[in-house]
Design a protein around this ligand. Sequence first.
Ligand code: NAD
Length: 403
Amino acid sequence: MLNTAITLTLRALSTFRTPQKPLTFSGAGAARKLADFMIQAGQKRPLLVTDSFLLKNGMLDDLIAFLEGAGCTVTTFDGIVPNPTFAVVEAGLKASRENRCDAVFAVGGGSAIDAAKVIASASTSKKSLAQLTGILKVDQPLLPFYVVPTTSGTGSEVTNAAVISDTETHKKKFFVDPKYIPIAAAFDTGLLKSLPAPMTAATGMDALTHAIEAYTSRNRFADTDRDAAMAIKLLVDFLPTAYQNGADERAREMVALGSFLAGYAFTKASLGYVHAISHQISAHYNTPHGLANAILLPRVLRFNRPTCKGRFAKLETMLGQDSTVTDVDALADRFVARVDALAETVGIPVNLTDLQPKDFDAIARDALAEARSSYAVPRVMRKAQVTQILQSVATGNRAISFA
Ligand code: NAD
């Protein structure tokens, strides 16, 4: 009964036809433009949320100098870690409150943006983090919230969600509310081009996963189809170049826009089993989110093929050069092979050595529970099939076939 209620609420949330879309700035120097926009909007005491790697590498020097030069009092919180925890968010919240920050400005990957979302929300609320966890729990407007994604994968810069890891339960907790969509975002190619090739690959495949899961979701509609298909095209066309030549700013920008569109599509259409399983894997082994998704995607595509072959065929028709092939089965097979080839081109491994068979039961159970409560999946998976996928991820057999 409870699950049904949650499912209905999530469906209602994810099918909002007109969620706010952040204003966007793009290209070299876009982070400065965003900072200028924030200042014009009247905020002068931003909490800069980032991680120590980006800060120590000097990637934020220019931005901080610009903000301070414009008279801002900048509080820098660089405590973000991949898959951020509640303790990380509490520390950022403390910095925000102690310094009476009037805005939150996140620079980093999905981890920084997600933690910043919850910091921006908790800063204006009397609720504890536990009380803010869940769906539609935000009771106050957030501190004005701006983001500069430095990875191109999670789409967090446009989604209504934040994901925070609970280290006690080994579960990822969701914060879902349209108020988590930032005011504005900047895709700064000067910052994006330093993303190392393996992370470019994993986060780009994360974006591709968002787009494919949105495109095959039962919650899809015309707008999400259009954005998801465009995202898939941009990612298939430009991810290999961004991976092979990180300094190519055009490829970086196109991959960032692909990731943004994929995020916008899935925030309305929802996700699927790749995410349901990968969230449990990351919570158990702290596996980078994009990598877990990238490794799972080919397996889940094969599982979904019987019910999604028409959708896969449409995508292949959009992407393919050979207009003489019209058979749906052949096109669907080509699409799955195309995703395999892309994963190989960008060096995605076929297995995850961290996986422990003793954890399979809990991972499968929790993955199915997440999918049941949150996603409009195109084909329902059973526990034995999740376990089969986990075994194939542990052993490296990507060409799995399902009964
Ligand atoms: P991340 O934010 O964890 O960053 C990974 C690493 O990349 C960090 O060590 C960081 O320092 C480094 N990095 C980031 N940008 C860099 C750059 N330009 N140059 C060099 N190094 C750089 O990775 P991510 O994949 O972007 O985010 C993953 C998180 O996002 C997970 O916690 C996941 O659950 C969450 N997520 C959220 C949503 C959402 O809708 N809110 C969707 C998907 C995933």
